[in-house]
Design a protein around this ligand. Structure first.
Ligand code: ZN
Ligand code: ZN
Length: 468
């Protein structure tokens, strides 16, 4: 039997849009200040979850609310379960919107609203896919659960809890990234190098500040240095330094204190090579001077092991896997204050299989062993995740993508993390197409109506092939 999935989706276009607008109208940003036992990440995400489950009830599915933090809409029965993992929480709105982020607007073939593409639109597309399979009365041999999370954008508390109390699906996908597929995600670990604020040299490092988040390349850096010698000479040397490096900067001198600013280029921490790390250039300049003690350690660790090296070669952690690519290192946050003892350099690593976070920790510890730096591994790291392209799940999803779009399907590995990694046989699949404009987490977020419809067609075909 051939099913015209596109015709079936088109027949439900209006309903799909109406339900999506309904969900998009609920401001579902996590808000810990309003969190209660009854609404663990605040009322917004909970309301969006309950509304989604109501839609499932209305359409005759079995639904389950798992303690107001996650839930599922279930269809079919069998020995195996397919899990489809979406989320209804959204990132904060931010400034600069042309329309109200929680009053969805359809304009020029696009639906504008916070969550339109991440991830309410794609989750609704996956839900409608299942609804079509149900309404057509198609025979299935497996159970499917559309599992809805409310804390994807922060800590994944939703899925931690869900998988604790509910059965773990045997295989599945998350409609929360890109087509053709994301079948590999690098491991992610963050390491802090902590040094006390102490100076013993001719120059005194008063402060050093740069970066906001471990997963962003710092765009600017600032240091205050007390120069006991010729401060004007120091100023001249900084200006000379600027002519030889790909950053800009400025220096102001007041008495014997020099305040230095350096400006590089921001980038996502998963692709640090695309940015220019302002902090490491600043430390590189300072490393030519006579600092001593922990202040010297702070500056020289950056200059010797981090500067112009996003692959971790100088730390001895560089590693490339044939299918998952190379390890990347982003030095995202720097803070030094001569009056504090908890000064830190924050390093975020994305690493392929063939390496563990313990390896990274051990090698860095060894490299800095002669210094005052203490190496601290942050809790909550995640190992590399990879599902072989030979796995029938990956094969089926790529086949459907190719047949429905006419484009070539191929495997993809990313540095970020999606719900795909929750299952050993889990991947991310859509809903952005290679030519879609990515507005996730940005102002004026949208999903194009064509993408929404095309994704629903693909999900329906794919889910049916996986469970029939
Ligand atoms: Zn998402
Ligand atoms: Zn997101």
């Amino acid at each position: 039997m051939t099913i015209d999935w596109r015709k079936e989706v088109e027949a439900r276009r209006e309903d799909l849009m109406k339900d999506l607008f309904d969900i998009l109208s609920i401001p579902s940003v996590r808000d810990d200040s309003l969190a209660t036992e009854d609404a663990p990440v605040g009322p917004g995400p909970k309301d969006a979850l309950l509304r989604f489950l109501e839609i499932g009830d209305r359409d005759g599915f079995t639904t389950k609310n798992v303690d107001n933090i996650a839930g599922h809409i279930e269809f079919g029965s069998g020995d195996e379960t397919l899990g489809v993992f979406g989320h209804v929480d959204v990132v904060p709105v931010g400034p600069g919107w042309d329309t109200d982020p929680f009053t969805p607007v359809e304009k020029d073939g696009r639906i504008y609203a916070r969550g339109a593409s991440d991830d309410k639109g794609p989750t609704m597309a996956a839900y409608y896919a299942l609804k079509i399979i149900k309404e057509l009365g198609l025979p299935v041999s497996k159970r499917t659960r559309v599992i809805i999370g409310t804390d994807e954008e922060s800590e994944w508390k939703c899925m931690d809890h869900y998988l604790e109390v509910e059965e773990t699906p045997d295989f599945g996908f998350s409609p929360d990234a890109n087509f053709p597929i994301i079948n590999g995600e690098k491991g992610n670990t963050t390491i802090l190098l902590e040094v006390p604020g102490k100076n013993e040299g001719t120059l005194c490092l008063v402060s050093f500040k740069s970066g906001m988040r471990a997963n962003m390349v710092p765009e600017s850096a600032e240091a205050v240095v007390e120069v006991s010698g010729d401060v004007n000479e120091f100023e001249k040397e900084f200006e000379e330094y600027l002519t030889s490096v790909p950053v800009t900067g400025s220096i102001e001198v007041e008495g014997s204190n020099a305040t230095i600013h350096v400006y590089g280029k921001a980038a996502h921490g998963a692709m640090p090579e695309k940015g220019i790390n302002a902090a490491t250039y600043l430390a590189n300049f300072l490393s030519f001077y006579d600092f001593s003690g922990p202040a010297k350690d702070f500056v020289t660790i950056v200059a010797d092991f981090i500067h112009e090296d996003t692959l971790g070669e100088k730390f001895g952690v560089a590693h490339t896997d044939e299918t998952m690519g190379e390890l990347t290192m982003n030095a995202g946050v720097f803070s030094y204050d001569m009056n504090r003892d908890d000064n830190t350099i924050t390093l975020n690593f994305r690493y392929p299989k063939g390496l563990t976070e313990e390896d990274i920790y051990a090698r860095i510890t060894e490299k800095v062993s002669g210094t005052s730096a203490k190496v601290i591994q942050e809790a909550g790291g995640k190992g590399p995740h990879y599902v072989s392209p030979e796995d029938p799940l990956v094969k089926t999803l790529l086949d459907v993508y190719e047949e429905q779009t006419g484009f070539e399907g191929h495997e993809q590995v990313i540095g970020g993390g999606t719900f795909g990694r929750l299952l050993e046989r889990g991947v991310a699949y859509g809903a952005m197409f290679p030519d879609s404009i990515d507005t996730m987490h940005q102002k004026n977020e949208f999903i194009s109506v064509d993408d929404l419809i095309n994704a629903t067609v693909i999900y329906a075909d794919a889910i049916y092939r996986l469970i029939k």
